[in-house]
Design a protein around this ligand. Structure first.
Ligand code: GSH
Length: 185
């Protein structure tokens, strides 16, 4: 069975959310990060950087939440990805973990970056329920988890972005979300 390594409150929840969406069986190996279990040789053999999440899918090891999401999306897709689809999914996952996360959660960037990022997303969600249209995809797990962490972790007023607020509320109601990220708020 696929093993997901993470802390009780860590970015492993993002991968766990997607595993639940996909109905993929997994074992969640919860490391005691307070005690530094993620920096012990046993875990460094899985991720030499000593960060979570990581997965072990049989003998195959992978770390960085975005890389894991993309691997799972492709592995469990009913049809093979085209080069263009792969590009679009990578675009949104990398956007989520680099541009969006640093624009929102790095305080020094927030004032300048948050309004333009959230305005652009608000435009998109004003026209369609999910990032790529009518269907929920891995892009929504990556971007949605960063957006959903805003009310959990920051006191940021999102009232100027009603479509973003509506999107956060819609994804927060998904059973797989409730079982994972939602369970920590
Ligand atoms: N970009 C990485 C970030 C990983 C990361 O920073 N994880 C945190 C937990 S949320 C961690 O392992 N912190 C422990 C440490 O830095 O020692 C990802 O998305 O996987």
């Amino acid at each position: 069975m696929l093993k997901l390594y993470g802390g009780a409150r860590s970015r492993a929840s993002i991968v766990q959310w997607y595993l639940e969406e996909l109905s993929v069986p997994y074992e969640f190996v919860i490391l005691d990060m307070q005690a530094g279990e993620h920096r012990q040789p046993e875990y460094l053999a899985i991720n030499p950087i000593g960060k979570v999440p990581a997965i072990a899918d049989g003998d195959f090891l992978l770390w960085e939440s975005g890389a894991i999401l993309l691997y799972l999306a492709e592995k469990y897709s009913k049809t093979p990805f085209s080069l263009e689809q792969r590009g679009i999914f990578s675009q949104w996952v990398i956007f989520a973990n680099s541009t969006l996360a640093t624009g929102i959660f790095v305080e020094v960037n927030r004032e300048k970056e948050a309004p333009r990022l959230l305005s652009a997303l608000n435009e998109i969600f004003g026209k369609q329920p999910f990032l790529l249209g009518d269907d929920f995809t891995v892009a929504d797990v990556a971007v949605g988890s960063i957006l959903a962490y805003i009310p959990i972790m920051l006191k940021l007023d999102l009232s100027a972005y009603p479509a973003v607020l509506n999107y956060i509320s819609q994804i927060s109601e998904r059973p797989a979300y409730q079982k994972t990220i939602g369970g920590r708020s």
